[in-house]
Write a protein that binds this ligand. Sequence first.
Ligand SMILES: Cc1cc2nc3c(=O)[nH]c(=O)nc-3n(C[C@H](O)[C@H](O)[C@H](O)COP(=O)(O)O)c2cc1C
Length: 179
Amino acid sequence: MIESIQHRRSIRKYLPEPVSPEKLRAVLEAGRLSPSGNNKQPWQFIVIQSAQQRQAVMEVCHNQTWMMTAPAFIIAVADIAARVEVEPGLYLDENSPHLDLKCAIRDTAIAVGSMLLEAYAQGLGTCWVGFFDQAEIRPVLGIPDDKYVLGVIPLGYPAEQPAARPRKAMSEIVRAETW
Ligand SMILES: Cc1cc2nc3c(=O)[nH]c(=O)nc-3n(C[C@H](O)[C@H](O)[C@H](O)COP(=O)(O)O)c2cc1C
């Protein structure tokens, strides 16, 4: 496991080959099996492969044109309806203070982390893309206003092998017994 964690990289250049359905399914399975608070599993995953949908999503991700080299995107959506009853007309976005939204985002982030590692294990590259606004990305995909888009994950066979990006030293992040 530590080998996978050490060698996974964010990939921003992909080969044009489509992702095999078996590998795509394995990645989604890693998300499906992830842990969540109260086992509520408040995640939904939208798989998009058409050039038209990828283009529209890429544009609302502030035109990160490299994304178009990836043959598939997984859109990870946090759904608080898996945790609480949602009142009609609820609108959630980056400024929403709801505790259940934070919990659903936390759980969906765990699922995405697992998916990135399974993709790596399958020989696929990924790059978590979080640079978009809820108000812009939701209409592109027909996502209701009470769902929160956590991330777009372009995936495909890597066409680059970037060097490791730096990480903080253990001594900068680990404390003993108290803060
Ligand atoms: C929540 C999140 C959002 C990110 N959003 C973007 C993004 O919008 N565009 C991008 O190119 N990379 C994005 N990244 C990738 C990070 O830049 C990358 O993980 C970081 O620089 C470390 O590199 P590594 O993943 O290769 O170790 C995002 C990563 C995370 C975890």
